[in-house]
Design a protein. Sequence first.
Length: 355
Amino acid sequence: MKVLGIETSCDETAAAIVDSDHNILANRVLSQLEEHEPYGGVVPEIAARSHMDHLDRLIREALEEARLGFEDLDGIAATAGPGLIGGVFVGVMTAKAIAAARKLPFLAVNHLEGHALTARLTEGEAAAFPYLLLLVSGGHCQLLAVEAVGCYSRLGGTIDDAVGEAFDKTAKMMGLPYPGGPLMEQIAKKGDPERFDLPRPMKGRPGCDFSFSGLKTAVRNKILELAGEDGAISNLTDQDKSDLAASFQAAVGDVLIDRCSHAMDLFQARYGRPGPLVVAGGVAANLALRDRLTALTDQRQTSLLAPPVKLCTDNGVMIAWAGLERLQLGLTDSLDFAPRPRWPLDQLTGVKDRA
Ligand code: ATP
Ligand code: MG
Ligand code: FE
């Protein structure tokens, strides 16, 4: 079985093809970073227009890369939310048009389910259901028990910023370009994680919720101190920035460990084992944070499963794979499915809703 997946929910235009033997037959990703760079963040209107300009070509290239035609496919999947709605429309309408013209099933994929199921493509049996999921991306920060395709039970989430958002905003305060997450990880390597005493919001509290705005504010205050009287970021040395990034990353790591540890207790009570723990979403690309999580899963005698770095940030492979899993279960969608700007994971249709 082969499925084409289309991703257009943010600032990556992507098309990919996967098969049911866990092979990635094609993976085309076009980043719009340069188009948004002058604005310091993603501009929805520019994103939607750019998806329009490039998606058809990327789909053609994906088919060429896989040496397949539309007639070889078994389904067409597209991100149908959550995300920037203009971009989501472009992907969904394109997928529906192909599905209608070629009489193929259409799969309306939740972008977060794409992140959530990628480990099942790359890690196979090790990521059998149920597993504990730490979803850490640009727009989300949640802990969930994943019971089956479409069946998610939320254990906790952020009450303010997402982790990726906190990385990006902190980086911006230090004068680093968007998206700051990957750059923060790079400069943190040369930094002293103990130089700045930053808060660990929510650490030690019951439950699995997160908060990052206090941490962000604490970094802003340190930056103001370092910038001195004229308040110019240029007064910060490269070492200052590296130390800030390392201290910030260490604080985030401590919070993630504490929250995951609580989630493991809940998971253990429900399923008789603490994991495995799957980490997904753009921030899962951070290898320093992964190392921290590996130490935790080792200690709890379970395992950490993480997709390869390239498949953590937005891509079409994750959408194709989630579509394929849904197709295998008969969870297809009708051509009048309306895209959803907001679409929480615990509101999906899944195997349990099937008649
Ligand atoms: P969502 O999936 O919630 O809709 P999104 O699709 O915009 O949001 P992703 O592409 O999943 O987000 O992730 C992008 C985020 O991941 C950005 O905030 C980026 O800074 C962050 N990120 C990527 N690489 C790293 C890294 N190495 N360290 C920390 N953060 C990172
Ligand atoms: Mg992006
Ligand atoms: Fe994403």
